[in-house]
Structures are given as structure tokens and as C-alpha cells.
Design a protein around this ligand. Structure first.
Ligand SMILES: [Zn+2]
Length: 269
């Protein structure tokens, strides 16, 4: 159940808004999501990924480049989240993975999705009518203590304290981080000397790492747009001299390894 970001009391859903006992009220947007971010929690007027990059990302993902990860996440949710349990997509982006999970997990689960980028949450809400989608800070979530059976955090900075607060004893955190070889061939075009990634899981007091595996495969990026969009989805794009980023523009297609490190943590009982 959602909580009021101002007073932490439960929010009750009405037809067109959420409201708490104290009378704080939050309108439901036409796409079906609610904005629960407070002005002091955002650092710009329209924080998160910009609209253009989200639209490009949605097209890229719809081509199936990351489908093996989506499939793996769905199988983990199916196995770990109990019938009638609750599950949060923390940093939902365009909602691609959540959509895959909802369509492939045959369980009654209460799904939540949050991102700081309003446009991404709108996309997620539009394609996932049964999920409760809200704009919010992933570090201060308007959800009750020990209210979740699980959450997933895909390429989103983590917060051990917030995970410990939110997850029920025995519940799960599913984390996706770059694997060692992720996009190595792209990096070797951009950088004069490319390094493999250091594989880093999370440091989560109160949780035990119960499983860790790589989802690793080769793909051909088939168009200039796909190459450009994928590179912009990475943290490298913003930290690289633009002349180096431009090296990718000489390619019509690139064969690259895609490598995700998927870690599952269980909260101690
Ligand atoms: Zn309130």
C-alpha cells in the first residue's frame, strides 16, 4: 500500500486521486500513475532520463536485445515471490522488464513500479494497467516498513538501508549490474584501451547473497540508431569525451557481448 510522502499515513485510492487521513491529496494522471515526489526530493524540474532518451530506449528494448534478461527476471519472480505477494520494480525506466514479468508470471502478485522520471512512469503505467505506478525517489520510497516480498533494481543505484526497511523477513532483493564483459566490443571502439568491468554486487547488511549468475550472450546491434541508443543507455556515454563517443558513428552494425550480473539477496528472518 502506498504511503503519503508528506506524513507517511496510508494513502487511499479514490477514482481520480490518492488521499491520506490528513487530507494530503495526489491526483492520478490520465495514464494511471501518481506523482508522489516532493519538491525537495528532486534536483531539477524534470529529473531522471529525458523524454527523448526514454522513447529511444523503448524502441531499442522492443527489438528484444535484452529479452534474455527479462525472461530471467520473470523466472526469478515466479520462483521467489509468493502467491498474493508484493513486488516492486525500483527504477522501472520504460517498464519493459515489468511488462515482461507481468505477462509471463502466472501468479496473483501486487506489482509496484517507481522511477524519478515522470515520462518513464507514464510509459510503465500505460502498458501495465494492473501495476501501481508512481513517480518517487528510489531512496525514500512511499511504502510501508516490511511491506514487500521482493524488489528488483536493474542498473539503479542501491540503498541498503531502504531495502532493509522495505523487505519482509525472508523476502528478496534482485539486483542487476553490468557483468565483466558487458558491451566490451563497443568499449574497445570508443576507448584506446578498454577494460573489462569490475563485477560488483551490493553490500547489504541484514541480507544474505543466495545466488549470483551471469546472463551472457552475443548480439549484433543491427542499426546505427541501436548502437547510439544502447551507448547512451550506459553510464559511459556521459563520462566520455564526445569525440570518442563519435567513433561509434562509423559503424552500421556491431557484434558485442551483453553480460549482466544478476544477484539475489534474501533478508534474514
Ligand atoms: Zn499525508
Amino acid at each position: 500500500m502506498l504511503r503519503c510522502p508528506k506524513c507517511a499515513r496510508p494513502l487511499v485510492k479514490e477514482e481520480k486521486r490518492y488521499v491520506c487521513e490528513d487530507g494530503h491529496s495526489y491526483d492520478i494522471a490520465k495514464e494511471g500513475y501518481v506523482n508522489l515526489i516532493l519538491a525537495n526530493q528532486k534536483h531539477s524540474r524534470n529529473p531522471g532520463d529525458n523524454d527523448e532518451s526514454l522513447a529511444a530506449r523503448r524502441i531499442f528494448l522492443s527489438k528484444g536485445y535484452y529479452q534474455p534478461l527479462a525472461r530471467h527476471l520473470a523466472s526469478l519472480v515466479n520462483e521467489l515471490v509468493p502467491e498474493k505477494g508484493s513486488f516492486l520494480d525500483r527504477g522501472c525506466g520504460t517498464g519493459y522488464y515489468l511488462n515482461w514479468i507481468i505477462n509471463h508470471v502466472d501468479k496473483e502478485i501486487e506489482y509496484y513500479a517507481v522511477d524519478i522520471a515522470r515520462k518513464g512512469v507514464a510509459m510503465t503505467a500505460k502498458s501495465n494497467k494492473n501495476a501501481t505506478c508512481f513517480v518517487g525517489s528510489v531512496f525514500h520510497l512511499p511504502l510501508g516498513d516490511e511491506s514487500l516480498d521482493g524488489l528488483m533494481s536493474v542498473f539503479t543505484p542501491y540503498s541498503g538501508e531502504e531495502f532493509a526497511r522495505l523487505i519482509k523477513p525472508g523476502g528478496y532483493v534482485i539486483a542487476v549490474n553490468p557483468g565483466k564483459d558487458h558491451l566490451y566490443q563497443m568499449k574497445s571502439i570508443v576507448y584506446d584501451s578498454a577494460y573489462v568491468n569490475e563485477e560488483k554486487g551490493y553490500d547489504l547488511p541484514g541480507f544474505t547473497l543466495i545466488r549470483q549468475e551471469n546472463i551472457r550472450y552475443e548480439k549484433t546491434l543491427e542499426t546505427r540508431e541501436d548502437i547510439d541508443t544502447l551507448w547512451r543507455m550506459t553510464p559511459y556515454y556521459h563520462t566520455t569525451y564526445s569525440g570518442n563517443n563519435d567513433r561509434l558513428k562509423q559503424y552500421d552494425s556491431i557484434d558485442t557481448v551483453i553480460d549482466f550480473l544478476v544477484s539475489v539477496y534474501r533478508k534474514e528472518q
